[in-house]
Each structure stands twice: as C-alpha cells, then as structure tokens.
Design a protein around this ligand. Structure first.
Ligand code: AMP
Length: 189
C-alpha cells in the first residue's frame, strides 16, 4: 500500500506518518527528515538545504526530487510519503518517477487544523525539538507557502485521486485510530 500524507506544518503529519508506517509496515519517506539528516551529517546537499530551510523557503525541486526517487526505488513494498510533493512541478516529477518504477499512489490523506492550532503547535515544537525553522515569522512564511504552492497540489489530487481530508486536531492516538479507520473504509471501496 502506498500513501501520500498532506497537511500544513504543525498539523502532526510527521507524527501520524510514523505511526501509520509502523501500523502498516510501510517505509516512511519524509523529505523534511531526510534534509535535516543531511544537514546534521554535513552532506553536500545539507549545505544547500540549510539556507532554504532556515528561511522557511522550499528547497530546490531537483534536491528533493532526487531524495524521493532514490527512496521510492529502494522501497517497493509500500511507503508513506510525507512532505512531498509540495508544488505542481514535484507532482509532475513524482508521477513520471512512479510510472518508471511501475508504482502508484493508493490513498491520499489530508490532515487539517485551524491556523491558530497550527501556530500554537509549532511554537510548542520549537521548545521541544529546537527546530531552527519553528520561529514565529518563519512559521507564518511556511504556512503561506503551503497555501500558495501546496493547496494547488491538493486541488489537483482532489480531481484525479481518492483523497480523504480528516480533522488533525485531537490526541495523537485518537487521530491515529481515526486515520486508520478511514484507510480501512477506503480499502473496502
Ligand atoms: P517539513 O519537515 O516537511 O516541514 O519540512 C521542513 C522544511 O524542509 C520545509 O520548510 C522546506 O524548507 C524543506 N522541504 C521539505 N520537503 C520539501 C519539498 N518537498 N520541497 C521543498 N522543500 C521541502
């Protein structure tokens, strides 16, 4: 089973993606995590990525496209894609990569939450994880980029795929059970 999970920053999509990956034995492919690891390890792409992440901007498409394509090729037994595709150019790239690999997206899950909840959660996360991009002005910029660049991706998928939009507000376990119940009902058709 291949899933793409969407949602604005702070909605808890990373946490939910990890839980779903472990529940369904899927590979969790997170471009944000991969970029943060490459920064930590001092890899050349980490140096490029760091500048963009700190400013709350998107990392160039060719950098993230390469990460995703390599991971998709390695993990043919099911994956959950988190944080990608984030713009229509990445959608196009993903589709040609999936075609080459003879893979397809089965379900698309969109998590939503009110703006005030997202800002509050990112402020809390800054205290816990000390992420350099969870700073007030940068948070607003990232949410704006989501509205401007990633909403059109959701519109595209709403027209072409099975998309389930779910409320991401609640206890982690509760939201997780709710997502799983929805995936199970999607499976029943
Ligand atoms: P995330 O952990 O998904 O919120 O990603 C953290 C940051 O990594 C984003 O704010 C972007 O700067 C960068 N990033 C992650 N995924 C992508 C992507 N698909 N396209 C461009 N930049 C990305």
């Amino acid at each position: 089973m291949n899933i793409v999970i969407f949602g604005p920053q702070g909605v808890g999509k990373g946490t939910q993606a990890k839980l779903l990956a472990s529940h369904y034995a899927l590979k969790h492919i997170s471009t944000g995590d991969a970029l943060r690891e490459s920064i930590k390890s001092g890899a050349p792409i980490g140096k490029i990525a760091n500048n963009f992440i700190q400013k709350g901007e998107f990392v160039p498409d060719d950098v993230v496209n390469e990460i995703v394509e390599k991971d998709l090729a390695k993990h043919t037994n099911g994956w959950i894609l988190d944080g990608y595709p984030r713009n229509l150019e990445q959608v196009e790239y993903l589709h040609s990569a999936l075609e080459k690999l003879d893979q397809k997206i089965d379900y698309i899950i969109v998590l939503s939450a009110p703006h005030s909840v997202l800002v509050e959660r990112m402020n809390q996360r800054r205290e816990i994880e000390n992420r350099s991009d969870d700073i007030e002005q940068i948070i607003e910029k990232r949410l704006e980029l989501f509205r401007e660049k990633t909403k059109p991706v959701l519109d595209y998928y709403n027209e072409h795929n099975i998309v389930k939009t779910l409320n991401g507000v609640g206890e982690i376990e509760e939201v997780n059970k709710y997502i799983i119940a929805n995936i199970e009902s999607l499976k029943q058709g």
